[in-house]
Ligand binder design. Structure first.
Ligand SMILES: Cc1cc2nc3c(=O)[nH]c(=O)nc-3n(C[C@H](O)[C@H](O)[C@H](O)COP(=O)(O)OP(=O)(O)OC[C@H]3O[C@@H](n4cnc5c(N)ncnc54)[C@H](O)[C@@H]3O)c2cc1C
Length: 386
């Protein structure tokens, strides 16, 4: 193995991939700065899944027990009609988490993010409420300018800034080149657990199977997270930073439907963690250009339909940091190896997005699903010991 040269590394984005990568890079002796556009760490998001090799990554980080303690611990789910009458019930699987008997851990995105941030501690520098405005790179380094902080030069810049990655736009080009819209929008926000759900989730499908809304109790039933979605053949033109206009869009699309949807939309007006995005994937031929590399949703978003965005970001963080270590600081070798290790795993997991919906529909109608086994796909990478 080559000897390690400590590098100055900038990570853009402090959700899941960013802090996980910061943990590993700092542990390997690098100087890490994380820039996050949200002034504090960003709240919100639905329960997401940590599966297969991502559980092993968590274990190697020493945070697996803490992640288990924050598990959402669902008992099951119901589907209800317009009047709230139960038309389907399962204590074996849920819409958000899949098979309840599996070893997967379903955890709120913001809880997982905070576990990683705590694991990193104050050993890395955070620039909160700031963003990169330009990256100019050559053989000697990447000069980065920020909206607020003074310009600096880094050996490596990692974009872990999500579906609408700023890093990707600055270095690789407009989002439209890489995004594959999947015909659905999804919103998530916190409400009081006024339905008094006990570790339970309820889903209401709107007529015509054009989606609907659900709610699940979280954090020991002390609150609940709503998820609502609708189909739209064409992408909607909206500003992904303009929350009030996103809330208006959701109300226009779903305000006229039954069950508790109108009441949950009323609670949406006060929600401070409202999140709205298209179901979409990012597909790119390469995730790096010179000294800039993409991690997680920024480079290979799988969409919530894949259920694998979080695991891919965690595994990607482990592999990227490990390959940087193994290459002794030679970023070209490291970034090429990162792509080689991750490509097939990412492709398989992105493809899951298209079979998961069919699987859920088959379960609902009691039909055996003939597609690929989820377990084979989510485990399709062997973690090296770096
Ligand atoms: C608020 C929120 C809610 C989500 N809800 C769900 C959900 O309900 N279901 C689901 O499957 N997935 C959801 N996701 C996506 C999910 O977190 C990812 O698929 C997965 O965890 C991989 O994470 P990531 O770190 O690659 O990207 P993300 O989790 O998307 O994180 C990107 C981070 O980059 C930050 N960022 C954005 N722009 C900039 C910028 N210009 N400069 C610096 N930082 C920037 C964001 O604020 C965020 O902290 C959500 C993400 C967010 C941010």
């Amino acid at each position: 193995m080559a000897t390690l040269d400590a590098m100055d590394i900038l990570i853009s984005g402090a959700s899941v991939g960013g802090p996980a990568l910061a943990y590993w890079l700092e542990r390997y002796g690098h100087n890490v700065t994380v820039v996050e556009v949200t002034p504090g760490f960003r709240p919100g998001g639905q329960a997401i899944d940590v599966r297969g090799p991502a559980l092993e990554v968590a274990s190697r980080m020493g945070v697996l027990d803490e992640i288990r303690r924050h598990k959402v611990q669902m008992r099951g789910m119901s589907v209800v009609d317009d009047d709230g009458k139960e038309v389907y019930r399962s204590e074996e699987h849920t819409l958000t988490g899949g098979d309840l008997a599996s070893a997967d851990i379903e955890i709120l995105r913001d809880d997982l993010s905070q576990i990683f941030v705590r694991a990193v501690g104050d050993r890395v520098e955070y620039l909160l409420g700031d963003t990169v405005t330009a990256i100019d790179q050559d053989d000697s380094g990447a000069r980065v300018t920020f909206a607020t902080a003074a310009p600096r030069t880094f050996d490596l810049v990692v974009g872990a800034d999500g579906l609408h990655s700023n890093t990707r736009r600055l270095v690789f080009g407009p989002e439209s080149q890489f995004i594959e819209y999947m015909g659905t929008y999804l919103a998530v926000w916190t409400i009081p657990n006024y339905l008094e759900l006990d570790r339970w989730q309820v889903f209401h499908q709107i007529p015509g199977d054009s989606w609907g809304g659900g709610v699940m109790s979280v954090r020991g039933n002390s609150e609940a997270r709503v998820y609502m979605g609708f189909e739209s053949e064409e992408p909607i033109a909206y500003d992904y930073r303009d929350i009030p206009s996103q809330k208006r869009i959701l109300r226009e699309r779903l305000g006229g439907f039954g069950w508790e949807l109108p009441r949950m939309l009323d609670h949406m007006e006060d929600a401070e963690d409202f999140h709205f995005d298209p179901m979409a994937q990012i597909r790119m031929d390469t995730w790096s250009q010179g000294r800039v590399v993409l991690l997680g949703d920024a480079g290979y978003c799988g969409s919530p339909l894949s259920g694998q965005g979080t695991s891919m970001a965690m595994v990607g963080a482990y592999v990227l940091a490990g390959e940087i270590k193994e290459a002794g600081g030679d970023h070209r070798t490291a970034l090429a190896a990162y792509e080689r290790e991750m490509r097939d795993y990412v492709k398989g997991n992105q493809d899951l997005a298209f079979t998961n919906r069919e699987r859920f529909e088959a379960q609902q109608s009691g039909v055996e699903f003939a597609g690929p086994a989820v377990g084979d796909v989510v485990n399709a990478i062997t973690l090296k010991d770096y």
